[in-house]
Design a protein around this ligand. Structure first.
Ligand code: SF4
Length: 220
């Protein structure tokens, strides 16, 4: 084993220990080619993310929820963290919140669900659906950034506070103060709005999200 491989192994062991593992059975050094091979497309990225153990959420998840959609979508919806039904199925925006988002896409944006791209800030469910920690987001966000870079959408819709805060870094700005505001995000425009799960608990906020969706439609 080379010195570099020993350092990598040590780092890996510390990571595993930090995640609560006490031992693991076998270590196979990666070939030089594998070590430096970055995913070249979203299929390769997805394969890598499905095996990700970069943060402790890997221990409690049932499925990684990578995201899905049109790779040439004009609109990308970014939610927060997978919920129970997403964790069960590995599919994003399922359950009642997913149905509501689908209705908004079809009835207000006049698009099909397959026309847009959907992803979350982090890919694994958090215990009790708590807000992800900054460390969890730091581990996972590079995957999302690669999805954004690949899809290259015209408009990013940040669904809910967690999404808005971690995309923009504006952690002290409540989402109800910026909802519907069009912001710059690299080459794209970013529009924050409420998460469909919030609308299920607060149906009176639907009219505000409806107005945001009309604005988004006018930007297409
Ligand atoms: S949340 Fe992200 S970084 Fe953490 S284990 Fe899942 S895929 Fe990996």
């Amino acid at each position: 084993m080379t010195q570099i491989e020993k350092i990598r192994l040590l780092k890996l062991l510390y990571q595993y220990r930090g995640m609560g593992f006490e031992y693991f059975k076998e270590y196979k050094p990666l070939s030089q080619k594998e070590n430096f091979a970055l995913p070249r497309n979203l299929d390769e990225l997805k394969n890598a993310v499905l095996k990700c153990h970069l943060c402790a959420l890997a221990k409690s998840r049932k499925n990684v929820v990578f995201g899905v959609g049109n790779l040439k979508a004009d609109i990308m919806f970014i939610g927060d963290n997978p919920g129970v039904s997403e964790d069960e199925t590995g599919e994003i925006f399922t359950g009642r919140a997913g149905e509501m988002l689908t209705k908004m896409i079809e009835n207000v944006l006049l698009l099909k669900r397959e026309d847009v791209y959907m992803a979350n800030i982090i890919k694994c469910k958090t215990p009790e659906n708590r807000v992800p920690t900054p460390e969890e987001v730091a581990s996972c966000k590079p995957y999302l950034m690669q999805q954004i870079q690949t899809v290259n959408p015209k408009i990013i819709v940040a669904l809910g506070s967690t999404s808005f805060h971690h995309l923009t870094g504006e952690y002290d700005t409540p989402i109800d103060k910026v909802r519907g505001v069009v912001m710059n995000f690299g080459k794209a425009k970013l529009v924050p709005t409420f998460h469909p799960s919030f609308l299920l608990r607060n149906p009176s906020a639907k009219k505000e999200v409806y107005a945001d969706m009309l604005k988004i439609r006018s930007m297409l």
